[in-house]
Write a protein that binds this ligand. Sequence first.
Ligand SMILES: Cc1ncc(COP(=O)(O)O)c(C=O)c1O
Length: 433
Amino acid sequence: MNYKLAQSNYRHLVVGADSKIPLKNGQYISAINFDNAASTPPFVSVMEEINNFSTMYSSIHRGTGYKSKVSSQLFEEARSVVLKFVNADPHNDTVIFVKNTTEAINKLSYRLWDGNKKSVILSTWMEHHSNDLPWRNKFQVDYVQTDSYGKLSLESLEHKLKKHRGNVKLVTVSGASNVTGYVNQIHKIAELAHRYQAKILVDGAQLVPHNGINMKPRNSLQHIDYLAFSGHKMYAPFGIGVLIGPQETFSKGISEFVGGGTAETVTHDWVVWEKPPHNEEAGSPNVMGVVALVAAIKTLTALGMRNIDQYETQLTNYANLKLKSIPGITLYSHTAQGEPRIGVIPFNIKGLAHEQVATILSDEAGIAVRTGCFCTQPYIQQLLSITPKQMEFFKNNADAPRPGVVRLSFGLYNDFSEINALIYILEKIVKHP
Ligand SMILES: Cc1ncc(COP(=O)(O)O)c(C=O)c1O
């Protein structure tokens, strides 16, 4: 593979890819953003759509004016665009627009909450806090183990499905890790979950923007029951997220938030609730967010998720290869040739705190990364072999420097030349720490 030839064809599609920013010495330089797992910049198409649509923007659902009708139609039609993008079932599944993945998972946790103390949620050791904490106060939560590389163990999953047989309400798993970039075998996991009469939620925050996802038909054992993801991680940063799941989950009971838009008829004595998804979207909906999301989905679809995945994998392999050649760098994710992963690389430099490395990268080279635990503390504790006893110290020492790692995360617009710039400065740091 001649990496030099493979420059990003997608760079012009993103706003601000070549913005100039100041270094610590006052010199201006093109910003390099390797923090796409947190949030990506917007697509140009997203900004254009936002601008174009703003001339027609109006309150939706209950407005009678022309613009209201146009806005309402666009908002409702967006649900089909989303369903198609992830191959959800248009007859059974509903798309609920929320703020982000965190809100989507919280919402589902309330909907599945049955007050039964025996009900179990199987989360995993590699989950973002957003796919762990919402379950804790409502269910028994057990965590599927990861192996010494931090990869999810399907043996552990099956063991726990057997152990809690009949009580597992949901297996909830990230499609791809925001720490190691590992892509989980979600369809195998779905198959296992369904064999034990459990359902599956995929936290698609990292998987959907980089690899895409196929929820598969309902009659397949590999079907994904629920899916959550965020617009701001897929080039549409306008406060929009998605929860997809069967309508029947949201038909009974009452949403965790109620108010305007969620009820058909209200007296002081009784309420007839709207049907899904409207009973789940309390308050004035985020129309601009939906406009942005649809524009991003259209652009991603036109580019092809396979092409995006292939390009980002090349970037990741190249960066890994280069990082491995630098003495003193420890990498925390390991994939074999051809093993699926997303462009997330965690590392540390011997003798330097993770925050120090990030500061130098930003101050000296204009490179943005993220450091710390990325809201995935138990997983990082495991990867860094930090014991529960050692963690006790941080309970009473909130200001003590925390363990963590440096994370690179790529987007489709990143270039090989940007990785070369990173490697250049890392080599300098290692030589002159
Ligand atoms: C795997 C994963 N799940 C959930 C989240 C939460 O996403 P949001 O902040 O958009 O709710 C993130 C954010 O980084 C994530 O990486």
